[in-house]
Design a binder for this molecule. Structure first.
Ligand SMILES: *[C@@H]1O[C@H](CO)[C@@H](O)[C@H](O)[C@H]1NC(C)=O
Ligand SMILES: *[C@@H]1O[C@H](CO)[C@@H](O)[C@H](O)[C@H]1NC(C)=O
Ligand SMILES: *[C@@H]1O[C@H](CO)[C@@H](O)[C@H](O)[C@H]1NC(C)=O
Ligand SMILES: *[C@@H]1O[C@H](CO)[C@@H](O)[C@H](O)[C@H]1NC(C)=O
Ligand SMILES: *[C@@H]1O[C@H](CO)[C@@H](O)[C@H](O)[C@H]1NC(C)=O
Ligand SMILES: *[C@@H]1O[C@H](CO)[C@@H](O)[C@H](O)[C@H]1NC(C)=O
Ligand SMILES: *[C@@H]1O[C@H](CO)[C@@H](O)[C@H](O)[C@H]1NC(C)=O
Ligand SMILES: *[C@@H]1O[C@H](CO)[C@@H](O)[C@H](O)[C@H]1NC(C)=O
Ligand SMILES: *[C@@H]1O[C@H](CO)[C@@H](O)[C@H](O)[C@H]1NC(C)=O
Ligand SMILES: *[C@@H]1O[C@H](CO)[C@@H](O)[C@H](O)[C@H]1NC(C)=O
Length: 457
């Protein structure tokens, strides 16, 4: 009797010790290559438990209610593979990136195209661009990665809108979408970044001219200010872009910074682009890596109130990647950027202590698990770990003259007659109603509208 109880007590004690054993935390030494790889491998595995696109009955790369997030997942996989050499997920990556490109090779697949924003399509273009720049081999029976990025570029520049505000990309593509009457930073800064990257990869000045045009327009609008380096979220066409929705999101800063970094590198070191990079980088650190929380990356609008939605949870991960690329393309920023990535990577690891299986939370600055769980948390954690790999593996994105061999098709996407309002003449009532419903689902979770309603409306 006595011994049995003692045995049960001991068993209980052992279980308690196991459950609270800190060995279940990601034990990260940020300056040790293997340790960083192990951390990334843990979170990328967790991230992929949410991906079913390679299973029977599922569609590669498709996340029905959040289509753009597939691009965020594949961006993380590309960088994970490139910086760690682990090829485990490359098949899913290749198949999913191709599948969602649609029949015209411009990431306007017909299942989703009627309720997309320019930003949604743009992020897939960035994923394809990244594949080309990281030398992910082209497939033999599909679109080349470079042509997919060119397809997105070609279809988007046709939507450059001069009906209000003297230019700019609208947020959403179709008149029945609520974001059709807004111009926003992620759509404009996103196409700016894509153009700059195409310019550097192809050395074709056409893309650089577009990058400059979008940059200039952004400066002329309330979105981007080159004296304060404030980046607003959105501006409204109803009053000819006189006012701004100034909610502060890190990815709006990050995308303009990343594009400026590519333009700096493309121009062989222009001082104007260098001050743009420095200005946006400084402001990004001031705003989103506050001293008050130890300089750890924080999505400041939503983290303290724990109100970040799925999109917003992804921003830190995207910007972490963009900072790491900026450090490689603008070597003078490396010594400023690396310590920030290290501190945030170390903090993120401490947040990955949930559920006894290294589940990562949202708020890295808390240095402990905060109870949140989801694919987006794992994507962002993967991105901050992989961003830290630039210490050990500093091979920069390539160009067509430095080892990149993805096939170019400057007319990619031109055959798509249904990708812009000008070319798409007739939408049936049935299509409209269906799209309207899906738009509600999409818009409800998307940030631009929310910030506009809060600040502008
Ligand atoms: C970790 O545990 C949670 C809670 O049981 C579960 O939802 C999640 O899928 C697990 N993650 C992994 C990577 O197994
Ligand atoms: C899908 O990919 C995962 C890895 O992410 C792998 O474990 C699983 O076996 C794959 N499933 C199929 C059906 O190929
Ligand atoms: C579009 O939906 C059809 C039917 O569900 C599916 O077979 C196809 O793979 C989907 N395409 C994409 C790009 O998601
Ligand atoms: C292009 O580069 C990739 C990655 O380096 C390589 O695997 C592939 O064989 C190359 N293709 C051609 C046609 O040279
Ligand atoms: C952008 O603005 C600069 C400075 O005003 C000007 O020199 C340049 O021509 C403009 N470029 C484009 C493409 O609009
Ligand atoms: C930039 O911001 C400053 C300070 O708010 C303001 O005075 C200035 O007018 C802004 N510049 C532009 C071009 O909007
Ligand atoms: C940058 O330098 C390279 C090598 O000298 C040259 O080929 C390229 O044209 C230059 N780019 C620009 C935009 O001046
Ligand atoms: C452009 O990026 C490459 C690759 O990192 C780097 O070696 C080069 O110094 C950069 N160019 C400039 C002008 O900084
Ligand atoms: C960025 O910050 C550094 C360090 O505080 C400062 O030296 C530099 O002048 C700043 N650059 C810009 C463009 O704001
Ligand atoms: C576009 O159409 C032309 C003419 O039909 C064809 O030659 C070309 O291959 C098509 N391009 C793509 C990307 O489908």
């Amino acid at each position: 009797m006595y011994f049995r109880s003692l045995g049960r007590w001991l068993k209980g004690l052992v279980l308690t010790l196991l459950i609270s054993n800190p060995a279940s935390a990601i034990d990260l030494d940020i300056s040790d290559e293997q340790s960083v790889k192990d951390a990334a491998s843990t979170t990328v595995y967790a991230m992929m438990t949410y991906y079913h696109g390679n299973e029977t009955g599922h569609i590669p790369g498709a996340f029905a209610s959040k289509w753009w997030e597939g691009s965020a997942l594949f961006l993380a996989l590309l960088q994970y593979w490139h910086f760690t050499g682990d090829t485990t997920y490359n098949d899913e990556l290749r198949v999913g990136l191709q599948w969602q490109s649609g029949s015209d090779g411009d990431y306007m697949p017909s299942n989703y195209s009627s309720y997309l924003g320019n930003d949604d399509q743009m992020f897939w273009g960035l994923a394809a661009m990244t594949a080309a720049e990281l030398k992910f081999a082209d497939v033999s029976d599909g679109f080349s990665w470079l042509s997919l990025a060119q397809g997105v570029f070609n279809t988007q520049i046709k939507r450059w809108d001069t009906s209000a505000c003297d230019g700019g990309m609208r947020w959403q593509i179709w008149p029945y979408e609520s974001g059709y009457t807004m111009k926003n930073s992620i759509s404009n800064g996103g196409l700016f970044q894509l153009s700059a990257r195409l310019a550097r990869y192809t050395n074709d000045e056409t893309y650089a001219t577009w990058a400059r045009k979008i940059w200039n327009w952004s400066l002329s609008s309330p979105l981007l200010n080159s004296s304060t380096w404030n980046v607003a979220d959105s501006t409204n066409m109803d009053n000819d872009c006189a006012t701004q929705g100034n909610t502060q999101w890190s990815y709006n800063y990050g995308t303009y910074m990343m594009g400026a970094a590519y333009m700096y590198n493309y121009t062989n070191g222009s001082s104007d682009w260098l001050s743009a990079v420095d200005g946006l980088m400084n402001k990004t650190f001031d705003q989103f890596f506050p001293d008050s929380n130890g300089g750890i990356f924080e999505e400041v609008v939503c983290e303290p109130s724990e109100s970040c939605n799925d999109n917003e949870i992804l921003f830190k991960g995207l910007v972490s990647s963009w900072l790491s690329f900026t450090a490689l393309l603008v070597p003078s920023t490396y010594s400023t950027i690396l310590p920030k990535l290290q501190a945030s990577g170390q903090a993120a690891a401490k947040s990955c202590t949930g559920h006894n299986n290294n589940t990562c939370g949202v708020r890295w600055y808390q240095s402990e698990y905060d109870g949140w769980i989801g694919m987006e948390e794992e994507i962002s954690a993967t991105n901050i770990f992989v961003a830290n790999m630039i210490q050990f593996q500093s091979s920069a994105p390539v160009t067509s003259t430095t080892g990149g061999n993805s096939s170019s098709d400057p007319t990619a996407g031109e055959n798509d007659t249904s990708s812009s309002t000008e070319t798409q003449k007739a939408i049936t009532t049935g299509d409209k109603a269906g799209a309207g419903i899906l738009t509600v689902v999409f818009v409800a979770g998307w940030v631009g509208l929310m910030s506009w309603t809060v600040l502008g409306g």
